[in-house]
Ligand binder design. Sequence first.
Ligand code: GLP
Length: 265
Amino acid sequence: MQVVIVPTPEEVGRIAAAKVAMAVRTRPDAVLGVATGSSPLAIYRELARRAETGQLDFSRVRAFALDEYVGLPLDHPQSYHSVIRHEVVEPLGMRPALVHVPDGAAADLPRACEDYERAIRDAGGVDVQILGIGANGHIGFNEPTSSFASRTRIKTLAPTTRADNARFFESPDDVPTHCLTQGLATILDARQLVLVAQGEAKAEAVARMVEGPVSSMCPGSALQLHPDATVVVDEAAASRLELADYYRYTYDHLPDWQRYDGRDG
Ligand code: GLP
C-alpha cells in the first residue's frame, strides 16, 4: 500500500485524479469504479477540469458505481443514480449508457446484485476503483463485519452511517435502511485502488485501515490485501498515522517512473 500525505483536501483530489487520468490515457475505454460521498468530489472536479480543457476524453470510458440505496426512486435527488449522474457523468462528459449503478429499485434485488457482478465481469473488470472511507471504516457500504469474500449484495446500513448521511436528506428518518453494495471481494478484484480521505473525522478510520490489523471490524483494512492500493490523505486525516514520517519520506524519494503528481496537466 502506498500512503500519500498532502497539505490540503484539494491536493488530495489532484493527486488521486492524476492516477485516474493515467489509466484513461493508457486505455481510452478504461473501466472506472466510482464512489459517491463528499471525499471523491475533489477528484471529479479535477478530472472535469482536464476534460473541459481537452486534456482527457471520457466519451469511451465505462464506469461502475460502488453502491446504491434500496427503495429510492432512480430519479430521487439522493439516489446514487442521480448523484453519479450529476457529479461524475455530466461534468466529465461520460456517456450515460456506459455508466452503471446497482439497481436499488429492482423488484428482485438478489437478481439485480448477480446481474451487477456479471456486468462488471463482462466489462473485463475494473481498472481503477475510486474509494472513500466511512468514519466506521466502511468502504462502499460494506459495514463492519462484512465478509472479505463478499460480492454485490443487500446490506443493512449501520445506524452511524445513516446518521452520517442524514445531512443529504430532509429528515434523518428519510435515509434508507438498506443498500446494495459491491462486496469487499468485488472491490479487491479491481486492478488498482485509490482511496481518498480528508479531515480529522476520518483520522481514526484511516489509521485502522492502513496500520491496524486486517479485520472485518474495519472493512477498509481489506486494502492491505491488494497489490496496488494507494491512499491519498490530507494532514488532518493522516494525523493518527504512526508511520506518517515514513510515508512522507517514501513519497519524496519515489523514483521518476513511479511519479504521478499531476503536474503533467
Ligand atoms: C458513503 C458511501 C461511501 C463513502 C462514505 C464516506 O455512505 N457509501 O462510498 O466513501 O460513505 O462518505 P464521505 O466521503 O461523504 O465522508
